[in-house]
Design a binder for this molecule. Structure first.
Ligand SMILES: NCCCC[C@H](NC(=O)[C@@H](N)CCCCN)C(=O)O
Length: 454
């Protein structure tokens, strides 16, 4: 690769690299939309299929099973580093789309009227409804594709933006993902009232994900072109071979361990809470589903503004390690306020949006400073697998706590104990963020330095 070729490559065109970000951002938005689309439907699922709080928690957490117990996010990362962006991305976005369609099918009349698989699902685990089981299968397949495709997209961003506006690009990409989440909380309560039936909300989500597969194919064409410009078009190079030492090296890196533990605790206090949030507001403040959905969406909407902003500030001024500490602290305070006060949920959700921008905008670009670009897929994959342990355990635990601390069928549902659990996770995150900052002084990765100084 000579310097002239690099200068002329596609990624040196500002317009092209930001257009690539929009393409993959669409895929991410569809992914997040589907992840959250059923959260505002918790009470509908209880009414239609008799879902308990624990069933709902189970449905949320099954997303993470392939990533934790089959280590799919790690293998996905390894496959990514080995097979490359295009093949891995296509395969996992396709899994995501298939899983989304299976979930929608599981909730449909077509399935309940003795459709394909209904008899089989009725014959196994009779304690659970056939609808729940098919939907669990769909969400499992969706999760299998979704996490690895996030790793793929992260690598795409590093590929196009490293040495340029990396943290800003990560911020904008996350902003697009969060628009997907916000849209889900806005549209699902509306779509359940549609003339075509409440399942329209799920089918819409499934078709959104399916359309993102087509968008990814468009991205693949540009990716191919870039590869032809910046490196010889031969297959997998020696340096892309996976070695077990890639993982053991990561495990020996204290900064990486702390950032992974922060990722586990911080995200466990955010995503599972967010999935229950519409139901929480509905019960605590006696609101309608549409009203509570609109409060929930303030958090992702806030992050659409704040994440790119903090990404830009991290690029320019650094301080990533410090911002992770502030983010964890704010998160803890908000959960305590939810548990013990009646402060305005509108204000608290916006403040939570600030916390949920500070940490991701600082954390993900920091990993790119600790790990060689060739191993970034493995590193993100490993972090996702550990994080998914929390995304598996805490929604389930939330459901169990709710069923345990509330009398079945009695409204409003009391969320205090679940909120204390989320606040405790915030405190753990705060401790790991402090340790990370202390470690950075020894490791010299320069997490508190501006992006382009590394
Ligand atoms: N460069 C990595 C970006 C990760 C963004 C992060 N997402 C996750 O951590 C996912 N593993 C979990 C997503 C589950 C909900 N869709 C984020 O901040 O969203």
């Amino acid at each position: 690769m000579n310097t002239n070729t690099v200068k002329k490559s596609l990624k040196d065109s500002v317009i092209t690299r930001w257009a690539m970000l929009l393409l993959v951002g669409f895929v991410l938005a569809a992914n997040y939309y589907f992840y959250d689309a059923l959260s505002p439907l918790k009470s509908t699922l209880t009414k239609e299929f008799g879902f308990s709080n624990t069933d709902f928690g189970l449905f949320l957490s099954v997303y993470s099973i392939p990533n934790v117990f089959l280590l799919m996010a790690v293998f996905g990362g390894i496959i990514l580093d080995k097979l490359g962006i295009r093949r891995t991305g296509f395969m996992f976005v396709a899994f995501m789309a298939f899983g989304a369609l299976v979930t929608a099918y599981g909730a449909s009349d077509m399935y309940s009227n003795n459709g394909v698989g209904y008899a089989f699902m009725s014959s196994i685990f009779p304690g659970y409804s056939p609808e729940l089981k098919m939907m669990l299968l769909g969400r499992f397949l969706f999760g299998l594709g979704a996490e690895t495709s996030i790793v793929v997209i992260s690598k795409i961003i590093v590929k196009w933006f490293k040495g340029k506006e990396l943290a800003l690009a990560f911020g904008v990409k996350l902003g697009l993902a969060r628009i997907g989440s916000a849209l889900a909380f806005y549209l699902s309560p509306i779509l359940i009232k549609s003339e075509t039936g409440w399942t329209t909300a799920i089918w819409f989500a499934a078709f959104f994900v399916t359309s993102s597969l087509l968008v990814f194919i468009i991205y693949m064409m540009f990716d191919l072109k870039l590869d032809k410009q910046v490196k010889p078009d031969n297959s997998v190079s020696e340096s892309n071979e996976f070695h077990i030492s890639d993982i053991t090296d990561l495990l020996k890196n204290r900064s990486f361990i702390y950032v992974t533990l922060l990722c586990l605790t911080f995200y466990s206090a955010v995503f599972p809470f967010f999935s229950f949030s519409a139901d929480f507001f509905l019960n605590k403040f006696n609101l309608t589903l549409e009203q509570s959905g609109k409060i929930s969406l303030l958090m992702p909407l806030g992050t659409v503004i704040f994440t790119p902003l903090f990404g830009f500030l991290v690029d320019k001024y650094g301080k990533a390690a410090t911002l992770m500490i502030y983010g964890s602290l704010i998160l803890t305070m908000v959960h305590l306020a939810f548990a013990f006060t009646t402060l305005s949920p509108y204000v608290l959700m916006v403040v939570l949006g600030i916390a949920f921008s500070l940490v991701p905008a600082s954390m993900w670009p920091s990993v790119a400073k600790m790990v060689d670009e060739k191993r970034i897929g493995t590193a993100y994959g490993f972090m996702f697998s550990v994080q998914n342990l929390g995304l598996w355990a805490f929604p389930l635990l939330t459901g169990v706590i709710l069923d345990y601390t509330n009398v079945e069928g009695v409204k409003p549902i009391d969320y205090t104990y679940s909120m204390v659990m989320f606040a405790s996770l915030g405190i753990l995150g705060f401790i790991f963020a402090l340790l990370l900052k202390r470690e950075d002084k020894l490791s010299g990765y320069g997490l508190n330095l501006p992006s382009n100084s590394k």
